[in-house]
Design a protein around this ligand. Structure first.
Ligand SMILES: [Zn+2]
Length: 505
C-alpha cells in the first residue's frame, strides 16, 4: 500500500495539472481582452470551453476524491501549519466546492448568466428595470440553491461570501460595516461643508500617452513590480492576471486629458501583481503558494494605490519628474494637484468613486443582496431600496435606474457575495498599515526615503508568503493582533481627508 508521501505527491501532481490548465485559460483570456481580433471570438470560445472542461474534470475526478480521503485517514507527522497540511486542507476545500454544485445547477447559472447579461445590457441602455427583473429574480434564486448546496451554519449568504473570502461570516462583516458606516456618513457631510474645496480642473490637461506609459512603468518598477516576471498591457477595464510563476500581467487604460486615472489604476493593479510575484515560489501552483482571498488581494492594491500613491511624501519625489514630462503641469502647484487627487465627493457610480465614498457603494450592495437572500426584500423593490440608501448614506438622488441599481454587471452573471471583498480590502489595508508602522515606523517617512524594498519585504514576510495558510480573518489577526476592525480605516480616512480639506475631524 502506498504511503502518505506517495499519495501526497500524486495529488500534488494532479492539482498542478489543473493549475496549469487554469494558466492556459488565463493566457486565452488575457489575449482575448487585449489584442485578439473581434472575429476570433467564436473559436476562442471553443478553446476556452475545452480548457475549462478539462480543468473541471481534473479538479473533480474521483481519483482526487480518493486521494484526499486516503490521506486524511492516515496519520502523518505534518504540523498543522506545515505546507503539506495546509495544502491538503485547502485542496479538500476546493474539491468540495467543485463537487457540491449539481451539474444542472452549474449549467443553469451559466445559461441564465448569458441571457441575463443580455437582458441587463438592454435594460440599462433603455433604463428599464422591468426587462431585467425576471432574470435577476432567477439569478437570486439559483444563487440561493447554490448556497444550499454548499451548506452553511447560520446564514445562506455566508456560503456565497465564502467562495471569495474564505470563512467570512455575514453577521461579522455586517457589524464591521455598520461601524464604518456610522463614521463615514457624517465624515462625508463634514467634508462637503468644508470651506476648502478641491479644484477638480487641476487634473485636466494634455498628457501624451506614450509619456504616461513610460512614467507609470518607472513608478511601478521603483515600487517593486518585477518586469522580468511581468508586463503591462492596455484594456478598457484594468485587471491583473497570472499566466505563470514568472509571468504576471497587468493592464491599464489611458486618457489623453487625464494623467491621474491611468497612474492610479497602474499602481493599483501593480499592487495586485506584487502580491502574485511575492508568494512562495517553491509552493507555486499549490494553496500554500496562492494568494488567500479577494479581500486580502484588494488590500494590497489599495495600499499601493492610496496609502502610497496619493501622498505628499510620494509626490515630493515624483511631481518634479511629472512636471518635466508633462509641461502643462508646470503651472499647477503640487498641492493643488494632490488635493484634487484626494477629493471625496459623493457620486452615483461605484467605479468612479473615491477611496472614502467607495465603501458606502459597497455597503449598499451588500445590504441589498443580504436582504433579498434573507427574504426581507423582494427583487421588484430593489430600485426603490437602492435609491433610498443612496439618499441616506451618500446624500445623492438617483435620477434613473441606469445610473442606479442597473450600473453593475455582477448580478446579471450571478456574482453575489463578492462586493464586500472590496470594502474588506480597504479595512485590511489600513489595519495592515498600522501594524507595519508599529514595526517600521511612520509610512510617510519610509516613502520619503523611498524605502520600497523594505515596505515590500514587510508585506512579503507578513502577508504574501503565507499563501492560504490562514483564513483571511486569521491572517489579519496574525499580522495585527486583532480581528478585522474598521477603526484603523476610519482613523486613516479622517487624518487623510481632514488634512487635505483643512478641517479637524
Ligand atoms: Zn483591485
Amino acid at each position: 500500500m502506498a504511503n502518505v508521501h506517495e499519495l501526497y505527491s500524486e495529488l500534488k501532481k494532479e492539482m498542478r495539472d489543473s493549475f496549469t490548465l487554469e494558466s492556459i485559460f488565463a493566457i486565452l483570456d488575457f489575449d482575448g481582452e487585449t489584442i485578439m481580433p473581434e472575429r476570433a471570438e467564436e473559436f476562442r470560445g471553443e478553446q476556452a470551453a475545452m480548457i475549462q472542461g478539462l480543468r473541471h474534470e481534473k479538479l473533480t475526478s474521483p481519483r482526487v476524491g480518493e486521494l484526499l480521503d486516503q490521506i486524511e485517514s492516515m496519520s502523518t507527522d505534518w504540523a498543522p501549519d506545515s505546507v503539506e497540511a495546509v495544502n491538503v486542507r485547502e485542496w479538500r476545500r476546493d474539491y468540495d466546492q467543485q463537487v457540491k454544485l449539481p451539474r444542472e445547477l452549474v449549467e443553469a447559472i451559466t445559461s441564465t448568466g448569458i441571457r441575463g447579461r443580455a437582458a441587463w445590457t438592454k435594460a440599462r441602455a433603455e433604463d428599464n428595470f422591468a426587462l431585467f427583473e425576471p432574470w435577476l429574480e432567477k439569478q437570486f434564486d439559483l444563487q440561493k440553491q447554490a448556497a444550499e448546496a454548499f451548506g452553511y451554519e447560520t446564514e445562506a449568504y455566508d456560503a456565497l461570501m465564502d467562495q471569495y473570502e474564505a470563512g467570512a461570516k455575514t453577521a461579522e462583516v455586517a457589524e464591521v460595516f455598520a461601524g464604518l458606516r456610522a463614521e463615514l456618513v457624517p465624515l462625508i457631510q463634514a467634508l462637503q461643508e468644508a470651506p476648502n474645496q478641491p479644484d477638480m480642473s487641476k487634473l485636466e490637461g494634455s498628457f501624451d500617452i506614450e509619456k504616461q506609459k513610460a512614467f507609470n512603468r518607472q513608478v511601478v518598477s521603483t515600487l517593486g513590480f518585477d518586469f522580468e516576471r511581468g508586463a503591462i498591457g492596455i484594456t478598457t477595464h484594468p485587471f491583473c492576471i497570472t499566466l505563470g510563476p514568472h509571468d504576471i500581467r497587468i493592464t491599464t487604460r489611458y486618457e489623453e486629458n487625464r494623467f491621474d486615472t491611468a497612474f492610479s489604476s497602474t499602481v493599483h493593479e501593480g499592487g495586485h501583481a506584487m502580491y502574485e510575484q511575492n508568494v512562495s515560489l517553491e509552493d507555486w501552483a499549490t494553496p500554500a503558494g496562492t494568494p488567500v482571498s479577494l479581500g486580502v488581494h484588494e488590500s494590497q492594491s489599495r495600499f499601493w494605490e492610496n496609502q502610497v500613491g496619493r501622498t505628499r511624501a510620494f509626490w515630493s519625489k515624483w511631481y518634479p519628474l511629472a512636471q518635466e514630462t508633462f509641461p502643462g503641469l508646470k503651472d499647477v502647484a503640487m498641492d493643488d494637484y494632490l488635493f484634487a487627487m484626494n477629493a471625496a465627493q459623493p457620486s452615483l457610480i461605484r467605479v468612479d468613486a473615491d477611496e472614502l465614498t467607495y465603501n458606502l457603494h459597497i455597503m449598499i450592495r451588500f445590504e441589498l443582496e443580504r436582504a433579498v437572500f434573507n427574504g426581507n426584500l423582494a427583487v421588484k423593490d430593489i430600485p426603490e431600496a437602492w435609491n433610498e440608501k443612496y439618499r441616506e448614506y451618500l446624500g445623492v438622488e438617483v435620477p434613473n435606474n441606469a445610473q442606479g441599481c442597473l450600473q453593475d454587471i455582477h448580478w446579471s452573471i450571478g456574482i453575489m457575495g463578492y462586493f464586500p471583498t472590496y470594502a474588506l480590502g480597504n479595512i485590511y489595508a489600513a489595519q495592515f498599515t498600522a501594524a507595519l508602522e508599529k514595526q517600521l515606523g511612520p509610512l510617510e517617512k519610509l516613502i520619503a526615503r523611498e524605502a520600497y524594498p523594505e515596505i515590500l519585504g514587510w508585506l512579503r514576510e507578513n502577508i504574501h508568503r503565507h499563501g492560504r495558510r490562514f483564513t483571511p480573518k486569521q491572517l489579519v489577526e496574525h499580522v495585527t493582533g486583532e480581528a478585522p476592525t474598521s477603526k484603523y480605516l476610519v482613523d486613516y480616512l479622517k487624518s487623510r481627508f481632514g488634512g487635505w480639506y483643512g478641517i479637524e475631524l
